[in-house]
Design a protein around this ligand. Sequence first.
Ligand SMILES: [Zn+2]
Ligand SMILES: [Zn+2]
Length: 816
Amino acid sequence: MTSNDFSSAQGTPRHDLESSPAATVSAGPGSGPAPEDLLRRLRDRGAADPVTHVERVPARAGVPAPWPPWAPAELRAAFARRGVVAPWQHQAEAANLAYEGQHVVVATGTASGKSLAYQLPALATLLADPRATVLYLAPTKALAADQLRAVAALELEGVRPACYDGDTPRAEREWIRKHSRFVLTNPDMLHHGILPGHAQWSGFLRRLAYVVIDECHTYRGVFGSHVAHVLRRLRRQCARFGATPVFVLASATSGDPATTGGRLTGLPVTAVTEDASPRGGVTFALWEPPLLPPEAGSAAPVPPQAIGSPSVPPQAIGEHDDLRQVRRSALRETADLLADTVAEGVRTLAFVRSRKGAEVVAANARRSLDEAVPGLGDRVAAYRGGYLREERRELERALLHGDLLGLASTNALELGVDLVGLDAVLICGYPGTRASLWQQAGRAGRSGQEALAVLVARDDPLDTYLVHHPEAIFGAPVEATVLDPANPYVLAPQLACAAVEAPLTPADLALFGDGAKEAVDELVAAGALRQRPTGWYWRHRERPEVDLRGEGGAPVCVVESSTGRLLGTVDGGSSHFLLHPGAVHLHQGVSYVVDDLDLADGCALVHAEEPDWSTHARDVTDLSVVSVRSYVDAGPVGMFLGEVDVTSQVVSYQRRRIATGEVIDTRPLDLPTRELRTVAVWFTLSPQSLALAGVQPADVPGALHAAEHAAIGLLPLMATCDRWDIGGLSTAVHPDTEAPTVFVYDGQPGGAGFAERAYGTASAWLRATRDAIAECGCETGCPSCVQSPKCGNGNNPLSKPDAIRVLDVVLANLPD
Ligand SMILES: [Zn+2]
Ligand SMILES: [Zn+2]
């Protein structure tokens, strides 16, 4: 999942690697061909050129800045011992702003040394004021541990940095609360431990000078909205003790980081985005696998009036796209490229989205190498998450030293921070966000030597769009991290938590923002809060149970019936799709078949079985408009943002042959309906405008449906979501709008901010959608443009040419 795609390397003090680049360079062979020559040989295949664009990302010399005058000599000396001779420009700029008391977000590339930007003001303050404290938040324990090592290595007197998380022994906790002045933790611990125990933390919070929020782009959607309120609760407790800490945020590059930082903290935030760190040159090629001759589709036509695309995750992302064989599979293409680069003696890392995919790529590359030169295949390996840490480090070492030449890996998260400076990186499918793309590409290139990166497009509208629109990758970022703190499903439980920590006052309502008053009134009506002259009080003995990362209802347990072993859990919102009786369920690469889904107990019983089919659930979806928040009246076109109720029922599933994608049969299911109140963006068109544009009435459902699929596929261009976070529905006439309508909605109760971002960028979003469809080389629609891997209606009906007409009508009328 994209939310896990941040690199553990990013929070570590990479600036010391940068200022002494030799530290990252191993004794690898490094005698491969120049990237341009290598690329020429890779793309020379006699057929159509698969390369749609080559971008030369030039090497950049760093722009150093002087140490700020307020940075004490002791601190400069400590950094100098770690190899940091001077800060880069962006580090100094962010550090100066923070030291002056401004809230700041530094949003620059991977390995640009964002940590120095917050370490500098925070540690200078700790040295100047022996009572001051700093709180550092990372999204994961591992990242906090990395950062602890970095701060501890500076060996500064009296700072006493310490991690405080679920793994911290009880015996050490009190010492940390009393004596550490640089506490590293995560939002979950802040929420479950530190804020409820604020009385024990009063000494620390009273003197809190800085709050550092690392990797803040990971706080998105519903999780991000929860974290936004945890930070407001933190600010409230600090204010009670008289402290007003400065917030310093570090983010991957993204669109509009100041706005996102402001939403997350509730404070005005200044952005520093100009990256002044040095980097090696990279030749970056965008690669589109060729179209294969078309085959007849096998799905039976289902012509419903309203056509929904549920927002559920796939069982194995990526693999079933490849079954359709409309374009040559990105996996095969990547395997060929890996074999070719290895044959050239080039050390290559291939990133593949799934574990199974990584193994397929490695196995295919090995086979073709062995066919060419027996034994050469041994120099390629797959890098599996299931390996032990030592085994993984050994594989990395072998690649760095050239014993191995090719490695296929799932994502950057599992790789060690030292695995950089490779000659080539292959990226099989857009990894979901630009931040992840650059983290993966950033493994290539070392000082003084050029490297090659290749993005191989998968059959997916967003991948197709990107390989034809290099400006969306190499130009200014538009993809923003979105969250919606006003989500009532987040706000109400967070206000309940706040009320337990201290009674809520009218001033607090302003702190918690839009919707806080309504949420408090509802909590009073529900008997959870009692209003007294001094504020709103929590009425129960127990604290409310609120999970920051919980999504879509209670999770459903997956249990192996023969052993009683718990294999894992599935998000409640997806359980009907993924765990219906007969569903094939993949767990860490092993296949299970569901015998029974017990909804009352929240548990699915499964047995291990490897059938040669996959299962695909279908649902019927109904949607009604509850309220309109905002709209644009554009003549024959209307664009709306509002609340909707989505009712869906999983009614059947298809079994499809894994090898061919052929449908074996469709089986009925008997599952209850489910309801979701959420936020949607939708547009309507007048039937007259569609007729004028040449869309025949009979083709309207297929036109809208195709436009809906592609629009869902392209939304991740504007917001950091993936298509599994969003659902859609299209209909030739909707009872609430009385017009042909396409809805796109957040898959989370109360909304997650994605639909809102889509509404705010509607013309850019739909323009990209239109271009992605129009520029796809297929004739009648394929997974690269209008087909969707999660369609509840078996991708039927779909009309590619009419979808372009629909979007042209919308774009012609909608103001920019
Ligand atoms: Zn297509
Ligand atoms: Zn669909």
